[in-house]
Ligand binder design. Structure first.
Ligand code: MSP
Length: 509
């Protein structure tokens, strides 16, 4: 399978929060799963640095716009680096390569006579950077996502007509029931397409917005921030040049995002591509919102944001990755510091961490992997159960595969903890003649832990490496393949690494 995974490029008007962290970590986990199952993957993430809301934030910061954008982009990038997100490309829309793509797209649409100029009056939500219809607003006339009353705007702008592509897009969605995962959103998009599609404004006058790419055919305007931002997905691959990257990865794109930006991605984007004579992306994966207390969407504008760096200081990178990846699916998911700490203590410290400590305590006495002459049946059975579970745990890089994998790790650990109870190695150690049984049990348990550690790589990569080191297993290659590690074994009698707690318990008050 070949997958070009993309995350949204994030507005830099505020600091990155846990919602941004999540989609990029999700991209990373899907990239790792794809590699493990023998596929090829390319992950892009980055920052959306144009438009009115970034401009307003830059003005408020008191810094020069480019300094502000640079500082904010660095904060996003540093967070993703800290979170072990192995992106292949971090795009900034202020980069010259990106600008070239936007200018060329505008030029081509203009040359094809697909762009019209007209006066438009509407209600603009700066939070969404989108015009809103009265019916999209709450009873107080506010944008339901940003809880602000949109401003009336009347301006002459350039527009791309969407209506000519409406039927084509409906047909594409109807014929392709797997295009949008989960399918619920396909229904939503089809419902939007049953209403007439208004022309899409693709410009903003410079008198209002200066942060943007100038229109090549009218220097008084910049490109509309959404038009600009969506083009990153092909600009990242070198388009408009016919690069090997573009030929390899387009249209094998899977766009990841939360449900807030489905319309721009599932309606505007395929139409822009079609107008440019390019293929639509292969898939969309839409996740829910992280919500704070009271079920309200977490957002910079609302000020109810969980600070990812502070949480990492408390639960570690993998503690946060684990919570994010095991909890989110297609519906909304709550997050708070105490929920994350609780999941860490229950699932990681008390379950997986405890399992490693119990098993490694016995191996650590000798400092070596045991070398049993034969393996007892009940040990062989548990090993087979774990190996079979690992082989089926990575069922395709779908949205639900990720929390499923996290849950599988916990189920396996729970079962292995029970096996330890049954085998009771501490009793065997004191039983005369119990040596062979003990060696078999510990050897097999270590084998199970090796598989568990390798299987944890997409969710908790750093823990996966340190666990393998403790077991005396070789470190994972850059691109571990599932069939390779299922086929390998721990070398009997090999020295083990320094043993320490994998997930130290976090004190709560
Ligand atoms: N700049 C646009 C995207 C352009 S992509 C061509 C934008 N930026 S954003 O900063 O608002 O990011 C929105 C995305 O960030 C969501 O779709 C999601 O991936 C992530 N999230 C931001 N807040 C989130 C939550 N509270 N919950 C879940 N994801 C969230 O829209």
């Amino acid at each position: 399978m070949r997958q070009y995974l993309t995350t949204p490029i994030y507005y830099v008007n505020g600091d990155p929060h846990v919602g941004h962290a999540y989609t990029s970590v999700l991209g990373d986990a899907l990239r790792r799963i794809t590699l493990m199952t023998g596929g090829e993957a390319f992950l892009s993430t980055g920052t959306d640095e144009h438009g009115q809301k970034n401009q307003e934030a830059a003005e408020k910061s008191g810094l020069a716009a480019d300094e502000f954008l640079e500082r904010q982009a660095r904060r996003f990038r540093a967070l993703f680096d800290r979170l072990d997100v192995r992106y292949d490309l971090f795009v900034r829309t202020t980069s010259s390569a990106h600008k070239t793509a936007v200018e060329e797209a505008l030029r081509r649409l203009w040359d094809k006579d697909l762009i019209i100029r007209k006066l438009y009056r509407g209600l603009y939500c700066v939070g969404c950077e989108q015009f809103k219809k009265a019916k999209d607003l709450d009873p107080q006339g506010r944008c339901p996502d940003h809880l602000i009353v949109p401003t009336e705007s009347e301006e002459t702008n350039y527009f791309l007509r969407l209506a000519p592509y409406q039927e084509w897009l409906m047909e594409l969605l109807e014929l392709n029931d797997g295009l949008i995962d989960p399918p619920f959103y396909r229904g939503e998009v089809l419902a939007m397409l049953r209403e007439p599609l208004e022309d899409l404004s693709i410009s903003r006058p410079k008198s209002r917005v200066r942060l943007g790419v100038e229109l090549p055919f009218d220097r008084e305007y910049v490109a509309y921030v959404w038009f600009d931002a969506l083009l990153n997905y092909i600009g990242n691959l070198g388009w408009p040049s016919d690069t090997p990257e573009f030929r390899l990865w387009w249209p094998a794109a899977t766009h990841l995002m939360a449900k807030d930006i489905v319309k721009t991605h599932c309606i505007y984007w395929p139409i822009i591509l079609r107008a440019l004579g390019l293929e639509p992306p292969a898939g969309y994966r839409i996740h829910g919102y992280w919500v704070g207390e009271g079920g309200v969407k977490m957002s910079k504008s609302l000020g109810n944001v969980v600070e990812p760096n502070a949480l990492i200081d408390r639960v570690g990178v993998d503690g946060l990755r684990y919570y994010l990846l095991r909890s989110m699916g297609s519906s909304d998911s709550p997050i708070s510091d105490s929920l994350v700490v609780q999941a860490y203590n229950t699932d990681l410290a008390n379950n997986i961490g405890n399992l490693f400590a119990r098993v490694l305590r016995f191996a650590a006495n000798e400092g070596r992997v045991p070398s049993p002459d034969s393996v007892y049946d009940e040990d062989a059975a548990i090993l087979e159960w774990i190996a079979r579970g690992a082989a089926t745990a990575l069922k395709g890089a779908t949205l639900s595969a990720v929390p499923q994998l996290a849950r599988t790790l916990i189920e396996m650990s729970t079962r292995l903890n029970s096996h330890v109870e049954v085998v009771a190695p501490w009793k065997l150690a004191r039983t005369p003649g119990g040596g062979p049984r003990l060696d078999s049990a510990i050897y097999v348990l270590m084998e199970c832990l090796r598989i568990l550690a390798q299987l944890a790589w997409p969710i908790m990569p750093a823990t996966s490496s340190s666990a393998l080191q403790m077991l005396g297993a070789s470190p994972l290659k850059e691109e571990p393949r599932l069939h390779d590690f299922l086929g390998s074994t721990l070398p009997k009698g090999a020295p083990i690494g320094a043993v320490g707690p994998l997930f130290p318990r976090i004190a709560t008050d």
